[in-house]
Design a protein around this ligand. Structure first.
Ligand SMILES: C[S@@+](CC[C@H](N)C(=O)[O-])C[C@H]1O[C@@H](n2cnc3c(N)ncnc32)[C@H](O)[C@@H]1O
Length: 279
């Protein structure tokens, strides 16, 4: 099993639901991330690399044998970093507990900075980007990878109750300063902050289940579990903020489960973008 230790962390009762969800997401997305790192065409040898909002450190972990001079994972959440330390067990990765808006790092330190799935959670603020820029050497590379839910395609269409649930989730993320439709906005944001040589690559994950096909059980189960775990973490916030009622929440989730298990042909596609630019 690829990145088995991340899967093991999802099963460990020692960790919070948030950490276990991130471990599951890291485990499921590791093969795509590995491909994306190769596609940058970048040589990491002798470079100082940072991953801001590293979570459980899946990205530094995948770079651990690339002969980088330093690989540093930075995250505001101490619990994630504690789990990252024990999950990655990679002695050549350093972790720093800090807010990306104010990092205890000297000017012009990094040759390459990664920001994966972080812009969907933080405001697109000029001060966040100027702090990132400060820590980059001249000519250094910034790589952002993020989602855009407007490019989620379902055929047949999702049940209305599930659409309502996902809309409530998106509204919640907005209220928290995030944005699930972020990646199409990033190139213009980087350009206005003075970054150059902006390149964009799309990565679609496509799933097709033929009628009466039972073989995709694991992929469907993973798709459901990921969403279920994610929603379980924030469901009380959704109720408190009156974004959705309890009954509607459970109906939306149950109907999504039934949708994934329906006897019909099923087509699901989700797209994220990798955006590279230079300081
Ligand atoms: C969805 S997770 C992504 C984790 C990781 N990049 C990955 O690809 O698996 C977002 C991470 O960003 C971190 N984060 C959010 N705001 C941050 C900030 N202002 N500074 C540093 N980390 C932050 C969170 O603690 C969380 O670990």
């Amino acid at each position: 099993m690829y990145c088995e230790q991340f899967y093991n962390t999802t099963l460990s009762p020692d960790y919070s639901l948030e950490v276990r969800f991130m471990a599951f997401q890291s485990y499921l997305t590791a093969p795509r991330l590995f491909r994306q790192l190769n596609d940058t065409g970048y040589s990491f040898a002798d470079k100082t690399v940072a991953d801001i909002g590293t979570g459980l450190g899946i990205l530094p972990y995948l770079l651990r044998n690339e002969n980088a001079l330093n690989i540093i994972g930075i995250d505001i959440d101490r619990n994630s970093l504690m789990a990252a330390l024990s999950t990655t067990r990679a002695e050549n990765i350093g972790f720093i507990n800090a807010d990306g808006h104010n990092m205890p790092v000297k000017n012009s330190t990094f040759d390459i900075i990664f920001l994966r799935y972080i812009f969907q959670h933080v405001n697109l603020s000029a001060c966040f980007l100027s702090e990132i820029k400060r820590t980059m050497k001249d000519g250094a590379t910034l790589v952002a990878i993020d989602i855009d839910d407007s490019l989620n395609v379902f055929y047949p269409d999702l049940p209305d109750s599930s659409k309502k649930l996902f809309k409530a989730y998106s509204e919640y993320q907005n209220l928290e300063g995030g944005d699930r439709f972020i990646s199409k906005k990033l190139p213009a944001f980087f350009s206005s902050a003075g970054f150059s040589e902006i390149k964009v690559k799309p990565y679609a994950t496509v799933f097709f289940k033929e009628k009466d096909d039972r073989c995709h059980f694991q992929a469907l189960k993973n798709a459901f579990l990921l969403v279920q775990n994610e929603l379980e973490i924030i469901k009380n916030e959704l109720f408190n903020k009156k974004l959705i009622g309890r009954l509607e929440f459970h109906k939306g989730l149950n109907d999504y489960f039934k949708f994934l298990n329906s006897e019909d042909n099923l087509f699901i596609s989700k797209t994220e973008f990798l955006i590279m630019c230079k300081k």
